[in-house]
Design a protein around this ligand. Structure first.
Ligand code: SF4
Length: 373
C-alpha cells in the first residue's frame, strides 16, 4: 500500500526558524493553486504501482488554512482516483490558532482522523521571537477542544534546544504535553537553517543559540520522561503510544511508495525520486506547458544503500542486513566500522540488523554517513 503527501504552500506568517516552502501572500492565486494540485493528483495517479492508500498527509505550510470547500475538492479527487484502505490514516497538520469549533467539525466531516498540532513551546517569549501565530493560551486549550470533537489520534510537535530554555522549563513543557494525554509526540531540536530570519538574528547577535550540551541534556530527558510515560521512541524525533505510531511517516522510513503533490513535494516509487519546483507561481504556470515543474532522479543501488542507512538508523527497528545485501555484498570496510561502532557502544548488532543505542542516536547522521558506500 502507498501514501499521498499533499503540500499546502500557504502560511499566515513566517516563523523565524522555518525553511520549508510556503508563501504568506497567496490569496490572489489560492484557487488556482488548489485546482492545479487536483490536476496533479489526477495526472500522477500512475506514479504509484499500488493505488490503494494506507495514509494521506496534509502538510505544509499550513493545511489548517484550507477552507471546507478546498478540502472537499481534495477528497473528491482522491476518492475518484485512488482507493482508501479501511482505517487509512488521514492526517492534517494544524496550528493551534486554527483549531476552532468550526474547523474541527469540518475536518471530522471530510474524514480527517488524525491531527498533528504544532505547539512548539509553552513560553510566550519563545513563541514571540519564533514569530508563531499562536499564544501559549491557544496551545494549552487546543488539544482538549480537538478531543471534544472526537479526535482520538493527536500528535503534537515541540521544539527543544531553544535559546535560554532551561532543563527545568523543558521538563515542564514535557509535563504539560503528557497532561494533555496525546497519542503521539514529535520533538525536534532547533536548527539554525541558512537564509532564515533566525540565521540573521544569530549572526547579528540578537539571539544566542543554546549549547550542544544543553541540547543533548534536553534530548536525553525527553527520552527518559516519555519512555516512563509509556511512549515508544520509534524514530529519533518521534514517540508514539504502542499501536499509535504514525503510519505515514513510518512508511517513509520503511522505504514504501508515496506520491507528493504540490510545490516542493517529494515522491518516491522504489525506482525514482521526484521533487516538484519549490516556487508557487512556477508550479502553476509550468504545469500545463512543456516547461518542467519537477526534477527526477533514477536511484542507483548506491543511492538506495545510503538512503536505507540514513533513514533506517533513525528508527528503533534499525537497518536489516537483508535490505543492504539485496543491493550488494557488505564491504569489508563496512564490517570494520560496525565492529568499531559496537565497541564505542553507538550501535548494537543482531544476526540480521543494526540498531543505534541511545548514545548513537545523538549522532545518527554522522554514523550513517560513515557507513555509506
Ligand atoms: S507555520 Fe509551519 S510551515 Fe509555516 S512558517 Fe511556521 S513553521 Fe514554517
Amino acid at each position: 500500500m502507498s501514501g499521498i503527501y499533499i503540500h499546502v504552500p500557504f502560511c499566515k506568517q513566517k516563523c523565524t526558524y522555518c525553511d520549508f516552502h510556503f508563501s504568506t501572500t497567496f490569496e490572489s492565486y489560492r484557487t488556482k493553486m488548489v485546482e492545479t494540485m487536483q490536476q496533479e493528483l489526477e495526472l500522477r495517479r500512475e506514479y504509484l504501482t499500488d493505488t490503494c492508500l494506507e495514509s494521506i498527509y496534509f502538510g505544509g505550510g499550513t493545511p489548517s488554512l484550507l477552507t471546507l470547500e478546498e478540502l472537499q475538492q481534495f477528497f473528491s479527487t482522491l476518492h475518484a482516483n485512488f482507493t482508501l484502505s479501511e482505517n487509512a490514516e488521514i492526517t492534517l497538520e494544524a496550528n493551534p490558532d486554527d483549531i476552532t469549533d468550526e474547523n474541527l467539525a469540518n475536518w471530522r466531516n471530510v474524514g480527517i482522523n488524525r491531527l498533528s498540532i504544532g505547539l512548539q513551546s509553552f513560553k510566550e517569549k519563545d513563541l514571540n521571537w519564533m514569530n508563531r501565530a499562536h499564544s501559549v493560551q491557544d496551545a494549552l486549550k487546543c488539544v482538549e477542544l480537538a478531543k471534544s470533537y472526537g479526535f482520538q489520534n493527536i500528535s503534537v510537535d515541540l521544539i527543544y534546544g531553544l535559546p535560554e530554555l532551561t532543563l527545568e522549563e523543558w521538563k515542564q513543557h514535557i509535563a504539560l504535553v503528557l497532561d494533555m494525554q496525546v497519542q503521539h509526540i514529535s520533538a525536534y531540536c532547533l536548527t539554525i537553517e541558512a537564509k532564515t530570519a533566525l540565521h540573521k538574528m544569530v549572526a547579528t547577535q540578537k539571539i544566542f543559540p543554546a549549547g550542544e550540551d544543553a541540547q543533548s541534556d534536553q534530548f536525553l530527558l525527553l527520552i527518559e520522561l516519555l519512555k516512563t510515560a509509556g511512549f515508544d521512541q520509534y524514530e529519533i524525533s518521534n514517540f508514539g503510544l504502542p499501536g499509535l505510531h504514525a503510519v505515514h511517516n513510518s512508511n517513509y522510513w520503511k522505504g514504501k511508495e508515496y506520491l507528493g503533490i504540490g510545490p516542493s513535494a517529494h515522491s518516491f516509487n522504489g525506482i525514482s525520486r521526484r521533487w516538484n519546483v519549490s516556487n508557487n507561481s512556477r508550479y502553476i504556470a509550468n504545469f500545463n506547458t512543456p516547461k518542467e515543474w519537477f526534477e527526477e532522479e533514477i536511484l542507483t543501488p548506491k543511492d538506495r544503500w545510503n538512503e536505507i542507512l540514513l533513514t533506517g538508523l533513525r528508527t528503533s527497528s534499525g537497518v536489516q542486513f537483508d535490505q543492504l545485501i539485496a543491493l550488494q555484498e557488505l564491504p569489508v570496510s563496512f564490517q570494520e566500522k560496525l565492529i568499531e561502532f559496537s565497541a564505542n557502544k553507538w550501535l548494537e548488532q543482531t544476526d540480521n540488523s543494526i540498531v543505534l543505542t541511545e548514545q548513537g542516536r545523538l549522532m545518527a547522521d554522522h554514523i550513517a554517513a560513515e557507513l555509506f558506500l
